[in-house]
Design a protein. Sequence first.
Lengths: 230, 234
Amino acid sequence: MTSFAVSVRDLAVQYGRRLVFQGVSFDIAAGQSLGVLGPNGSGKTTLLRTLAGCLTPRSGEVRIAGLTPRDALTRTGVAYFAGDATLPGSVRASRWGSLGNGDVVTPDRRPIRALSRGTRQLLGLRTVLGRHPLGLIALDEPWEALDPDAARWLSTTLETKRDRGAALVLSSHRLHDLAGFCDSYLFLLPHHAKVVHAHEISATSPVTALQLAEVFDKVRGGAMSLRAVS
Amino acid sequence: MAHSVSPLRFFRVVPTQPALIVWTFLVVVAIGGIAIARVPSRSGDLMRPVLLLQLFAASSGFEVPARRGHYDLLLTSGHRRIWVALVHWAISIAPGVLAWLVLAVVEVTARGDADTHLLASGTCAAMGLVSTMPWAITVRLPRFSGGIGWLLVLTLSTSVLSPGRMPGSSGANEVGESIWSAWEFLVYPVVFVGRELSIGDGLIAAPALVLALAAMVAACRWVSRTSVPLEAAQ
């Protein structure tokens, strides 16, 4: 029997009366990565927060290394970052950076709000990714606002963590961020979700953004057809 | 388990209240300390600004910064949420408690005996109330809401519910007076500052303290169980 690092079954999450998504299922093995793609408001952030134990789903099941997300937080390392806007602006950058593993991430003593957006994003990423070991890394739009050097550092770091056995869940609404990087892709659309493995899209070469866009259109078309039928 | 930041360290880096509160406590302690050293009998009066400030310091609010994602690093670090809640509360009230203890030490030193107003049981009860209830009330509200609400209730109580206007508190009615006294301690705990509580006083203070304890339990339970959606993701 295969033991998955992350296993999600028929997941549904709602805020108050608003259903964000439902029927989401996927598995990720240790050392594999899932890219979560979808338009704004489709529930990418909500899905990642559910994996990180911050949200309780309406129904369905999430297991991380066989544990509920909240239990997994205590027993296996989970790195979660939802973007630079979640960093407290009044805290000095150097002090925030030290919260990761105690190492100095940046000597910059300015308040976080005084940093550029890309610098804030990099600070947040370096802080959460400095922790180790990590069983699950869930990052929301991680390449957003990064300059080329920082983006390259992020890609290299994620590949290293994945090679060491971490399962990655990365979201983006920009296809070229995730193209070629992930082992499988979750297309999250309102009332519809579909997982497509990279080898199903391109058997011989890394998946390109154009190929992802084509698959995205097909999935979206399927969703529209299903609605039309129902 | 991955290296994870402790709640204590996290809330030292990400303070629960603005620096202005801490600086104001320092000013109050400096002025109060000098005044108590010169006239130790006035210590009870000088405790009032500390209690007022503590009202706002304890009203630190948990849900709003949590929903902005400020506490994500801590909430995903694997520490039990109950521990996170208790440390958040402890860090919120720490400046006020320290200010109180410093003034008490000054009073003990100035008086030269153990008979101090600031360590009297009434002062401890008042400090306990303003250090717990506002935190518990504000846990789901924006910062300072508990303090502002408390002052509003106090103002309404003195202007609308004062003895004689409060139903059943005509002065001749002992039960009505007891209820009024308990209410008075709840909304204005300063009345007990400097007093050693008699059994009667204890019975008057007990409902408010039990209410504060119940509110703390409810607030900690809420922090332990609640979902923390991201404000921007809803």
